[in-house]
Every structure is written in structure tokens, then in C-alpha cells.
Design a protein around this ligand. Sequence first.
Ligand SMILES: [Zn+2]
Length: 422
Amino acid sequence: MSRNNSVGSDGFVSHRRAAAAGFTPGGLDPRGMSLDEFTKHLDVGLRKQHEQSAAWDFEGLVAFLDGVAKANPHQHITGSVGNPELLRLALQIYQEDPASREAFLEYATTSDLMRPEIARHFFQLSINAMVHWLQTHIPLSSTPGDFSQADDRLNLVRLAFQSGHTGTNELLEEAYRCVALENQLHGVAEVWFRTTLGDHDAESFERATRSAIRGASRAEADGGSPLNVRFVVGMRKMWQYTASATQTGMPVDAQALGLVTMLGRLRDGDAQTAGMILGVDSVGTDTGWRPEWQAPARTMAASQGMHVAMHFGEAWRPGELPATLLRLETLVRTGDIRQLDNSNAIFAIRDTTNPVQAYSDDEWNEIGVLQVSVFGLLIGRGIGLGINPTSNDWLTRSLRQREGWRLRHHNQPVTPGDASVI
Ligand SMILES: [Zn+2]
């Protein structure tokens, strides 16, 4: 398998076209350059441009990045689970696994999606009727602002993915195969799955992970163009709506340490599996979560050479932006992380055009100080910052309206002299 034209776990990067003016490291061939070198040269180019001009050549930067092979370092399979074939496989699991079925019905009824009298007979319906019910109740093509609700609704299928039942193997293999192929069709040379495989209990984790890897490998082998697939396995921040009773109530630290141990064991096995398991991530809501939690697991993963990514500060309860930034600062200061994703909290700036203002002048000052501090720590520690502009926009739309802020433009510096947001 070719490793050319990819930003990969092996740390090499190359690009096809000559870089745009301002971003070209003079006389250097970026092919075969390590990821660290690439980042450094990009940063130097951006700083030079920042010094020379008050207005940024943002288009030049985009043109430069266009020359780099397409990599997708942030792929969740959840957006693709509305496929009827996958829904059929999920329903089969509910039919055969009482624990998952109960969790599904409990979620559906407590979320007011299904009346209790329907729930009692739901699994006596025809398979097509059940698939249809799922398709109507998972609003995949949601409008902006309903993003978190849409994500919550995916519990209707997520519970099947989390099941320890053997039918889950087929579901996982098919799901990861489909999404890997979708990436390949879009010309992606490398995809990193932000996966919830870590939701599986010790008994089913290895089987489930091998199924997902098998599905992705089949896509790598069957597809027309070279594709590298990597897995970044999520440690669940809080346990809600899990199919496995053993997971409920287990301290998140112990759960996360167990996950890292299992990943280490898998990486000690065959070389192909080892190459595909890139590291760990975090998944789930931030509400009520403390950055100190799972710190031992993040440290252990880093010490084993795993990539440690985090989702944090995506959304918060109204009024909690300063508190979220405080926790983020703790996380970045004390955590062993290499990459921070979807951290909308550091891009929030006051929108004076909004009549609703959740924060006072003093609070906005505090927010600004914390953002500068976090950004400085990210730069100082070389922690990559991942943004997903469309989903971040959707995810925060209703929160922005309720709190009176907007997302900082990505070419607008957070601190004077720190040109790079990439
Ligand atoms: Zn994500």
C-alpha cells in the first residue's frame, strides 16, 4: 500500500503541486518531509506573511493546502448509519439481544419518540415497517441548530453498535466498509475513524474492533485508489444509554485504562492491526465531565506511543462558557494530549448585534483571557487544533443565539503575533 500523498500516522507528508507564494519553503522539497517539518514550514510561512502584511493572504494558504493530498482526520460513522441495510442489521441485533432491545425501547419511550403501547408491540412489526420507523425518527438531514438533538437521536442505532451480541460484528464490518468506501470515492487518501468501539465491554471489544478493521481493510483492498485507514478509539466521557449493564456505574478512569490496555494488546499482535490503531480519542458530552478524569489513561496511551486526541469544548449549557474554558485550560495544561478537536469555546467572540447577551463585560474579558491562555498553551505544547467548520457552525447555532456570540473568523488572530489557527 502506498504511503505517498498522505498525512499519516507514520508522520510523513507530501504534496503534488507547487505551493502558493508565501507558503513555499524556499528550495525545499516537501515530498517526504515529516509532519513536524511540514507544520514548521507552514508556520514559518504564515508568520512571515503576518509580519509583512496587515491583510492575510488567506486564499494563498488555502491554495497551498489544496496541494496537499486529501486526508480526513475526523470521520465518525454515525452520519452514515441511515443506510437501510445497516438499519436492518441493527434491528436484527435488537431482536436477538434482549439487553440492547430493552435499552433501545427505554431510550425511545423516555425520549417521547415512541408511546409505551407501541413499544410493547414494536418488534412484532415487519422488518420494513421497523426500518421505516427508524428512518423517520433519525433526522439525519436536520436543520442547523438541531444538530445535537439529531446526534442524540442516533442512540436509536448506536445502541446496536454498542451491543455485545455477535450480530454486531456484521454490522460493524459493513458500516466501516461503507464509510471507508465513501471516503475513497471523495478522493481521500487517508481517513482517521473517530470511533466509539471503546464503548464495548472487555468481552466484546476485541471482536468488535477486529470486525471494524476487517470492514475498513476490505474497502482498502477493493477500492480503486490507495486508502490508508486509521482508528482513533474514543473513551466515553460519561456513560448514558449503554447496552451493557457492566459499564454503567463503572468509574470512567477504570474504563479508560482498560481500553488503553486492550488497545496495547491489539497493537502487540499482527502488524496490520498495529498499523491501523493510531491511538485514543474522547467521545460524548462534556457536561459534568472533569479533565482530571481519564488523565491516567491518556498518559498511559501517550507513553505507549499512541496518538492522544480529545473532543472538548464543542458545546455547553447556556451560561457555562467561562466554566468550560476553565476546564479546557486545565485539560491542556495537565493533559497528555496531542490534538484538540471541535473546541468551539476558544473561537467564541461576542456578537454585539444580538439583543440577547448572556455574559457581562467582565465575563467577556475573562473569556478572552482564558482563550489567549489556552491558545498559548496549545502553541507552546505543539498540540494540533482540529476544526470542522460546517459541523461546528451547525452544532453551536442555537447556543450562539441564546448566548449572544459568534464564531471567530479563522483568519482572525486570537493573540497578536500568533498567526496560525491551522
Ligand atoms: Zn468528532
